[in-house]
Design a protein around this ligand. Sequence first.
Ligand SMILES: [Zn+2]
Length: 505
Amino acid sequence: MWLFEPLTTEQIIIGARAQLHLSADGLALSRGGVTGGDIAASVADYAEVAEVSVGAGRSCALELGFGPSRPAWTLKGVARPQAQWAAHTIEGYRDLAAWSLSSEARAPLAPDELAKRLHACTDDLVLFGNLLVAQAVCHVASDIDLEASGDAYDIRLRIDGTVQPVVSIAVDLGARLVRMFKNQAGLQAHRQDITQEGRIRLGRDDGPVDLRVTVMPGISGEKLNVRIFNPATQLFSIASLGMSKEQAETLAGLLSEPTGAIVICGPGGSGKTTTLYATLQHLAEKPARRAIATIEDPVEFDLPGVSQAQVGRDLDFPKALSVLLRQDPGVIMVGEIRDPQTAQIAMRAGMSGQLLLTTIHAGGPEMVIPRLLDLGLEPYMVSSALNAIVSQRLVRTLCTACAQPVTLNPQDLATIGLQSADVVGAQVKAAVGCPQCRGTGYGGRTGIFDITQIGDEIGQLVMARDVATIRERLAGDGLRQAAAEKLLAGVTDIAEIIRVLGGEK
Ligand SMILES: [Zn+2]
């Protein structure tokens, strides 16, 4: 897998000549031509290079040996410094190519090892960029961030929602790396005063990986974000969200309703979008499926069989929704309800023959109905359209290579609503940290869920606008219970649950 194509040997030597020409103007350059179709060019070619040798003398020969299966390739009459520079670069490609074709390349490197390897190739950004992207993909990172601070560029990966520093490099080097990403994504490399967004598709044996590249102007230098859309790790299904069997069945039942609204709530980064996609995938796979249409900001994944629209400068949520409803789809997904107009149009659809799936930025189920009323919806609309509220969070799961069994004292258990009797016979574990998990003790994430179905009783409270009682009734302990189940199953540990849900009972 190469994001940035390595140069051909010819390009390396021409580059070396130009560099030499610039640094030592007037130096007599030899005119040795590069010929033949046997020049190392592809990844496999580089991996096959067995030996790189530079001959003696000021004007010398550069020779690439490929082992017994293939004749050596020789370029004669190259000025010695050029030959040395070319040999050095080719060796770098050879090492990375061999490594990228090996099984080790599919395994994540420990943080200090990755930093060491990256530092070793700072004089060749092609190597650097390829190694960085390859490692980000196999660490299952969601983002690569490059940000200038003073005289350095900090490179970070976002893995399982947490930011992990990788290396800091010189600011000019970082700027060149940003430019390389911009070129690759088809952005205007010379414009540094505007925000730009582009895409790169990465070919891999086990399926393509899409990268969304965003650059923003910054004080010390441009800020780069590379969002990694890795389909291999993003299979959407209700079964893989982390719900209990009962919850998954409840959700499937709600999705079979012909009409009404299902609202998913949680703070930013709590996995709401993934849940939305899983519900759409579930509906799209039904044999007698309804027409499904979405309005998103932005469209994060292409879903086969689903008509997806993205809001933009000329198309806001309300406008897009009005257009969409004229096509009369059976299921509508609205990425997020955040303004009164969208709330009105969407809920009306949910009242009149369409199944509406959407999210609201709210901490818990008890805040959703008050929020909808605050957005100006009439109580009768909320009470007749709203079928269920799915509240969720993401917790990191323990690294299976290093997690250790642990005995929790009653006070710790009490912070998440458990007693000592609850943990008898359970597999309670705690994070430790090893190279495989970059020392964090965790690998991957799972959702914890609380599904609240809105029945007649809540409906009547909505009609009466009795917000205080609604808050009281819906402020349940569901998320904490779901988290406790993950703890008892050894999926996550108590520190992570407290980090996500807070420790107060
Ligand atoms: Zn580990």
